[in-house]
Ligand binder design. Sequence first.
Ligand code: GRF
Length: 208
Amino acid sequence: MSETPKTPVAILLSGRGSNATALIEACARPDFPARICLVLSNKPDAPGLDMARAAGLETVAIDHRLYKKDRKAHERAVDAALQKAGAEVVCLAGYMRLLTPFLTTQWAGKMLNIHPSLLPVFPGLHTHERALDAGVRIHGCTVHLVTEGMDEGPILGQAAVPVLPGDTAEGLAARVLRQEHQLYPEVLRRYLTKSPASTPAEAALLVA
Ligand code: GRF
């Protein structure tokens, strides 16, 4: 039986790393078309880095504070680490940095991000509060390609979550996060195997 070829994928994160965990777990499956070659954080104390180390993965912290306001210099160091690790695809998973055109151009078409809303609505922060304030009945998450505009790149996949009566931002966030953990590995798999969703049901998972 031939083994699934595994593309080297790097993860960039800044925090707890639950989406990174979902990607790492998916990559551990023999039939998943990716392996994690590096987990990189701009925050040396990110819990996601500890989790990745415990999983036996290569990790690196490149502290943005050391670069003062020179975003491009920080990104050059990030890019050098990605190249050194042999990354072919980059998954942003809670990476809380605005990217400059340097990094987005360098990785155009090869950098994915997960965002906790049904883009193009609610780009940016505090998406769950904003969804509740707006009174939407359906919320969710999106995996998209990264382009220069924040949360603006082509959408690769979405998962929808109903907003329930009496929902709080925390409760809604937790339900969306559970969908993020399913969506991101599934979209990465489709992206790497060039098998886009062929039915509406595949493209959007509506979870009751
Ligand atoms: C997730 O909600 C993700 O969509 C957003 O940042 C959060 C990161 O959470 N980009 P985690 O670090 O993956 O747990």
